[in-house]
Design a protein around this ligand. Structure first.
Ligand SMILES: Cc1ncc(COP(=O)(O)O)c(C=O)c1O
Length: 453
């Protein structure tokens, strides 16, 4: 590479310490209060293992794996070097009417750890694209089998399925929908959410009450007739809405009702995939096999954008028995991008080598005890946990939605721990390489911050 600037040493901090207020202006940050943030920015300059370092050199313990994605911890050489090598070998290759070896390799490795029977994968670049792809596959599947009246989609209140028009239509987070209300896709219903503080507060692992909420699907079938319903999509554990765990038996019941009526069941495992619950996928952890699984985040350990949809053999075969020619008029320029595939392959190898797909199960009891020790601290109205996931719900402040939890988030950051705030909830999902002493640090910090509220 003539005239190329020398590469910085791995993990060297870029020179962002001297950003001025004016330098912050051009960037429009997603899901961020831009004016508030730019007045008091939090700039992450580098990362390694369990930690970030801010541009002013402070070490921050990452209790959320970036954004639920860096499951093997930051700066993993095995992944970054695989990506570099791939880019030098084949930087880009289309996957429309041609392909490259690493795309097949990743598909095969993914299918190997997927629930039995989910043996094909369609690649996207994000979770949002994975969701919209799964919804499109559901509609196309019924159509190619001659059941084209099955067009209705069923999501759930409080669900997060990304930000595409499909995802916000089946999603149930109000601020993500209300601005675009008139543009949501038609023919969508929502199941009730499963959050029941009155009966389930301070549950450990799966809550006891609420399996019967799945029966609402029967009510929608009675209303619309199954011949008009294509698919149901749910997060096995809902994250962005504040960590809602499925009541015991709920997912099984959804599966039974879908089977009874020929409705496809889609699990959105963008956050629960790749070891978060203690199994590779929540579908395996909970013993319920959906017809499709949407993926992203942990697929590449967060280091290159990538998503995907795992589909059952029955779905794939239905398309392959359809008319000759292109079976699905859908795809992205960067579907199965070589760099993303190389990152995915190296990531899956790392997960396997370090036992990370099941490590959450062995740490879960320690995590659970540390989490529930927060019970009784000021303003704590619920602690809920599963695998290496925590939802800590706080009493809201009248007229200031989310303000208390946001305050806890900023105070924790000042004390060197990055947590995530969503509404009145602090959500935790650390890298799966976390050690017990770091669990102690996270909960010690949260405890100190809550006591000071
Ligand atoms: C369950 C779920 N689905 C979809 C998405 C969207 O993924 P992305 O932000 O990669 O588009 C997310 C992101 O947090 C998610 O949690």
């Amino acid at each position: 590479m003539p005239n190329a600037a020398p590469s910085p040493a791995p993990n060297a901090a870029p020179s962002v310490g001297s950003l001025s207020r004016a330098d912050l202006e051009a960037l429009w940050l997603p899901f961020t209060a831009n004016r508030q943030f730019k007045a008091n920015p939090r700039i992450l300059a580098r990362a390694s293992g369990m930690h970030y370092w801010t541009s002013d050199g402070r070490q921050i313990l990452d209790a959320v794996a970036g954004l639920w994605c860096v499951n093997a911890g930051h700066g993993r050489r095995e992944i970054t070097q695989a990506v570099a090598t791939q880019l030098e070998t084949l930087d880009y290759g289309p996957t429309f009417q041609m392909a490259h070896p690493v795309a097949f390799q990743l598909a095969n490795e993914l299918v190997r750890i997927a629930p039995n029977g989910l043996d094909h994968v369609f690649f996207t670049n994000s979770g949002s694209e994975a969701v919209d792809t799964a919804l499109k596959i559901a509609l196309a599947f019924h159509r190619v089998r001659g059941e084209g009246t099955r067009t209705r989609l069923i999501g759930r209140e409080r669900a997060y399925h990304g930000v595409g028009f499909g995802g916000i239509s089946v999603g149930g987070i109000v601020p993500n929908r209300r601005t675009w209300s008139s543009a949501l896709i038609p023919g969508v219903d929502h199941l009730p959410h499963t959050h029941d503080l009155a009966r389930n507060a301070f549950s450990r692992r799966l809550p006891e009450h609420g399996a019967q909420l799945a029966d609402e699907l029967e009510r929608l079938v009675a209303l619309h007739d199954a011949s008009n319903i294509a698919a149901v999509i749910v997060e096995p554990i809902a994250g962005s809405t504040g960590v809602l765990l499925p009541p015991r038996g709920y997912l099984q019941r959804l599966r039974e009702i879908c089977d009874r009526h020929g409705i496809l069941l889609i699990f959105d495992e963008v956050i629960t995939g790749f070891g978060r619950t203690g199994s590779a996928f929540a579908a395996q952890e909970f013993g319920v096999r959906p017809d499709m699984i949407t993926l992203a985040k942990g697929l590449t350990n967060g280091c290159v954008p990538m998503g995907g949809v795992l589909v059952s053999k029955a779905i794939y075969d239905a398309f392959m028995k359809g008319p000759e020619g292109i079976e699905l008029f859908h795809g992205y320029t960067y579907s199965a991008h070589p760099a993303a595939c190389a990152a995915g392959l190296a990531t899956l190898a790392l997960y396997e080598r370090e036992g990370l797909l099941t490590r959450a199960a062995s740490l879960a009891p320690y995590w659970e005890e540390a989490a529930h020790a927060l019970r009784g601290l000021p303003h704590v109205v619920d602690v809920r946990n599963y695998g290496l996931i925590l939802g800590l719900e706080l009493e809201g402040i009248a007229g200031k939605p989310g303000a208390r939890a946001f305050e806890v988030f900023t105070r924790c950051f000042e004390r060197g721990v990055m947590v995530r705030q969503t509404g009145e909830v602090i959500a935790l999902s650390p890298p799966l390489i976390i050690e017990k002493a770091q669990i102690d640090q996270i909960f010690g910090t949260l405890s100190a911050v809550l006591r000071a509220q």
